[in-house]
Design a protein around this ligand. Structure first.
Ligand code: SF4
Length: 148
């Protein structure tokens, strides 16, 4: 894995749950609780996509949630990254052929990192957020290069 070098601040994460069974969401909560306590590394959950660098999405997305997810993504400032947590969002999982599923998340918004598992372990979620962080750091450097 690459090395975080000069990111100027902490990374802010917004969590959107689609048609999740809630188990993936509980693993995300576990990442924040004292055992893992990712806030000490500067990874912070925020309440609005307008403040977020990274979008964490869980669940197979129902048709009536697809537009809402697009709006959440559009509200995030650039540069940004999307992490899909769990098999449901990655491939549809156990709901893959359900009549009311809008499809895997990458058919709705661009996805940067996938975290397979049903549900994935907290360590895998942390690893994915760091990968997203590296992508954002790279994009920030590119933007700074364009300004010079
Ligand atoms: S991947 Fe598994 S744990 Fe996660 S939302 Fe789907 S069914 Fe639930």
């Amino acid at each position: 894995m690459g090395k975080l070098t000069n990111f100027k601040r902490s990374i802010w994460v917004f969590h959107a749950s689609g048609g999740s069974c809630n188990a993936c969401d509980i693993e995300i909560v576990a990442v924040l609780t004292p055992r893992y306590d990712v806030e000490r590394f500067g990874i912070k959950l925020v309440g609005s996509p307008r403040h977020a660098d990274v979008l964490l999405v869980t669940g197979a997305i129902p048709r009536d949630f697809a537009d809402k997810l697009r709006r959440v993504y559009e509200q995030m400032p650039d540069p940004k990254a999307v992490v899909v947590v769990g098999n449901c969002g990655t491939s549809g999982g156990v709901f893959y052929d359900s009549y009311n599923i809008a499809g895997p998340i990458d058919e709705i918004i661009p996805v940067d990192v996938y975290v397979p598992g049903c549900p994935p372990r907290p360590e895998a979620i942390i690893d994915a957020v760091v990968k997203a962080w590296l992508k954002i750091e790279k994009l920030e450097k590119e933007l700074e290069g364009k300004k010079e």
